[in-house]
Ligand binder design. Sequence first.
Ligand code: NAP
Length: 324
Amino acid sequence: MRAAHITALEGPSAIEVVERPDPEPGAGQLVVAVESAGLNFPDLLMTRGLYQLRPPVPFAAGGEIAGTVVAVGDGADFAVGDRVMALIGFGGFATHVVVDAERCVRIPETMATDVAGALMYTYATSYHALVDRGALRAGETLLVLGAAGGVGSAAVEIGVALGAEVIAAASSPAKLEFCAELGARAGIDYTREDLKTRAKALSGGAVDVVYDPVGGDLAEPALRALGPGGRHLVIGFAAGQIPRVPWNLVLLKQCAIVGVAWGAWALANPKLHAANLAALFDLHAAGKLRPRITARYGLDQVGEALRAMASRDVKGKVIIDPRT
Ligand SMILES: NC(=O)c1ccc[n+]([C@@H]2O[C@H](COP(=O)([O-])OP(=O)(O)OC[C@H]3O[C@@H](n4cnc5c(N)ncnc54)[C@H](OP(=O)(O)O)[C@@H]3O)[C@@H](O)[C@H]2O)c1
């Protein structure tokens, strides 16, 4: 097998493709031949040891995979040839992975394997955020920051599917065009326009829910666009700075700042997570979600893919296809 190993915590340049012996499954485990591994922001953070998960160097990044089962350990309820998807934390930028069978989900017949490798991390996060944490209702206005990115584009599509009026906010006209294709009703280029003023104007006064994976200087103006009963969903800090928002704003706005930690939630609530995945599969089968894979990279190009993410050059989802 081959794997794109991070050899030092120095960013995307310190990655080397190495040959390793083919893995064997232990009891209750599967070996999966990876066909699609979604690229996510935590993969980038891991190249510098900045993510909460810090495996010992060398290791491969890649937290979610989809592929075909090639070996089955004792007691694992799968067969060779099954198509599966799994969240694995790291190790997915490789031709093969060993996974506990209980972490694996069969890919629905209606879903292509490459899409399955790009779906779980972002769509399950955004579904949990909007439905469980944000209680988003049809007819409400949803403002999505970083709306052309991985979790952002998933939030746009899910928001539209749930009947919300979605305002996309992003850093370029090309990104906003992409968001319009996903169903956003309006767009704000926050590099040129005042986020609070435009969001209020476009929503007819105030927005109901903010989906915020960016943080930094955008968090406060987004919060200020909320009306009474509004919810600001804290997803992440892609901008690199954790915002400090004046506490009195929450009182004056009569709004809530709501934290979202999907990974920890999914581990603690496996049945609820499974129900959310089933809801996402239904929405996908109904044609309401169409994850956009906008770029594909081979194992030798993992560093290049991570550099594109660091320079904000990514739209929708990027996958690593280790077969190439
Ligand atoms: N809380 C949770 O459960 C959870 C789950 C998954 C991911 N996350 C977090 O969500 C965030 C986004 O993840 P993602 O996989 O969607 O990443 P992504 O695809 O790279 O999207 C991030 C977006 O943030 C914006 N951005 C603003 N400043 C940036 C900067 N300095 N560098 C890079 N992007 C910047 C970019 O949009 P513009 O160029 O349009 O500004 C970009 O499209 C990350 O912080 C991640 O850790 C949280």
